[in-house]
Design a protein around this ligand. Structure first.
Ligand code: SF4
Length: 458
């Protein structure tokens, strides 16, 4: 259903806040010792909890100026070979710690996982089979860069049973591509879509970004139509997070033109929603679109869609174990992140230690808030009675203060006391991060020393 919200309304109500790919958000992580993580991994093993493995490959051949990922730009292929050796050592270490727990999902992200040679990819997959107990029906997904992926890499991935593929497009306009230093043609993108489909991939996602310099409504429509024409199973429509104080390379983006303001961003977002839903895609969660009958659409229908560090995915495991530099891990009881600097991560792995930099252990309050925020992010509504019962509290009274504060959000959300259900309006769904902030006990400080910590909620 096309959203009737206007760009002006959205821009006026937007603020800055976490993306809620985890709760508590990564900004709340603090010092955590490796022994606590080792104990948590032992708990996962003891309970035979299903594991989703995430492997972070940080390298890219060139830096896109808008990039917000933990990325190392280099053309030295040798660095990928060395990194895989260390990643295998870390997999061995962690695999022993969670011995026996089934791995139901493997995902490679980055950076660009296809920076690794075909031989390195094969070596890595063989090592994972040795180190972990991988379920026969484990789902395997990977991010690939259409500009640099080789045909032989796709064959190797298909042979290793990869079925899901995500690729960035962002924008097809030449002017915008110049501004963000990322040049990628429709032809290159189509080649990867077609080649992957022919090899057996049955779930293809394309990312689009709104809010980039020089984007206009007319140019954005062309990008949307070109992506629709590629017919991916899923499309993610993200807002550009311009945070040059945290990511100084983003200052380069400003050389080409003004970063769009809230009103312009909102107009592009609404345009995207209208165009994608008119083309038959279902709007899922905050910013994902899926073809009816696709894997993600079926998961959403069955309430098996979840929000994680990789955005919206099918829920296949409660424990996410991240391997590689800067990778984040998450269980229902704890989140932790590996060292974000390569030398520190390498040093810890070489010493046979878990390369932990920071994290947080979730107390019972974090756990119930995490459940509420997870429902809001995935379903735009939450049954406080049910969530409360699952966490041994009376939901409506536990969140009395938050429920009283919803008046301050105006027309974003309604609470039905009879069913104890909080439901976002059409407008509130697009600003669901603002609604979640009400339940977030860490979100009070949206800036740090006057510098914004979070991206705009539109
Ligand atoms: S390809 Fe992706 S990860 Fe690499 S620099 Fe560009 S945006 Fe960042």
């Amino acid at each position: 259903m096309p959203c009737s919200a206007t760009a002006t309304q959205l821009a006026a109500l937007a603020s800055r806040g976490p993306r809620y790919t985890s709760y508590p958000p990564a900004t709340a992580f603090a010092a955590v010792d490796a022994d606590s993580v080792a104990r948590e991994l032992a708990r996962v093993a003891e309970r035979r909890e299903a594991i989703s493995l995430y492997l972070h490959i940080p390298f890219c051949r060139s830096l896109c100026w808008y990039c917000g990922c933990n990325v190392i730009p280099t053309r030295d292929a040798q660095r990928g070979t060395q990194y895989v050796d260390q990643l295998i050592a870390e997999a061995d270490l962690v695999g022993r710690a969670v011995h026996g727990a089934p791995v139901t999902e493997i995902s490679l992200g980055g950076g660009s996982p296809n920076f690794l040679s075909t031989a390195s990819l094969r070596q890595l997959f063989a090592a994972l089979e040795r180190s972990f107990t991988i379920s026969p029906d484990a789902r395997r997904s990977i991010e690939l860069d259409p500009r640099t992926t080789l045909s032989e890499q796709i064959d190797a991935l298909a042979a290793a049973q990869f079925g899901s593929l995500s690729m960035g497009v962002q924008d097809f306009s030449d002017a915008v591509q110049d501004a963000i230093h990322r040049h990628q043609s429709v032809l290159q993108t189509r080649w990867l879509v077609d080649r992957a489909r022919a090899a057996g991939f049955d779930d293809i996602n394309i990312d689009i970004v709104y809010g980039l310099p020089l984007q206009t409504e007319a140019s954005f429509v062309k990008t949307l139509d070109a992506v629709i024409d590629l017919a991916p199973d899923r499309i993610a429509l993200f807002g550009y997070a311009h945070l040059p104080s945290k990511l100084p390379h983003q200052l380069l983006v400003e050389r080409a033109g003004r970063v769009l303001d809230g009103r312009e961003r909102a107009a592009l977002l609404l345009l995207g929603i209208d165009r994608l839903t008119a083309a038959g895609y279902l709007h899922l969660g905050l910013d994902h679109f899926a073809k009816p009958g696709s894997r993600l659409a079926r998961a959403a229908e069955a309430h098996r869609m979840t929000r994680s560090f990789q955005g919206y995915t099918e829920h296949r495991a409660d424990a996410i174990i991240g391997l590689g530099v800067s990778a984040i891990s998450s269980t229902p009881r704890m989140h932790w992140q590996s060292h974000a600097e390569l030398p520190q991560w390498e040093e810890a792995v070489a010493a046979g230690s878990l390369p932990i930099a920071r994290g947080i252990e979730l107390d019972s309050d974090d756990q119930v808030r995490r459940a509420v925020i997870g429902c809001l992010m995935c379903d735009s509504e939450v049954d406080l009675q049910r969530i409360g019962a699952e966490h041994h509290v009376d939901g409506p009274s536990y969140f009395e203060t938050e429920l009283a504060a919803i008046q301050g959000l105006g027309d974003l959300v309604h609470y039905e006391a009879r069913t104890a259900t909080l439901r976002a309006t059409d407008l509130g769904r697009l600003l669901i991060r603002n609604v979640c902030m009400l339940f977030d006990r860490y979100s009070g400080d949206a800036s740090h020393g006057g510098t914004p910590r979070f991206s705009p909620t539109i």
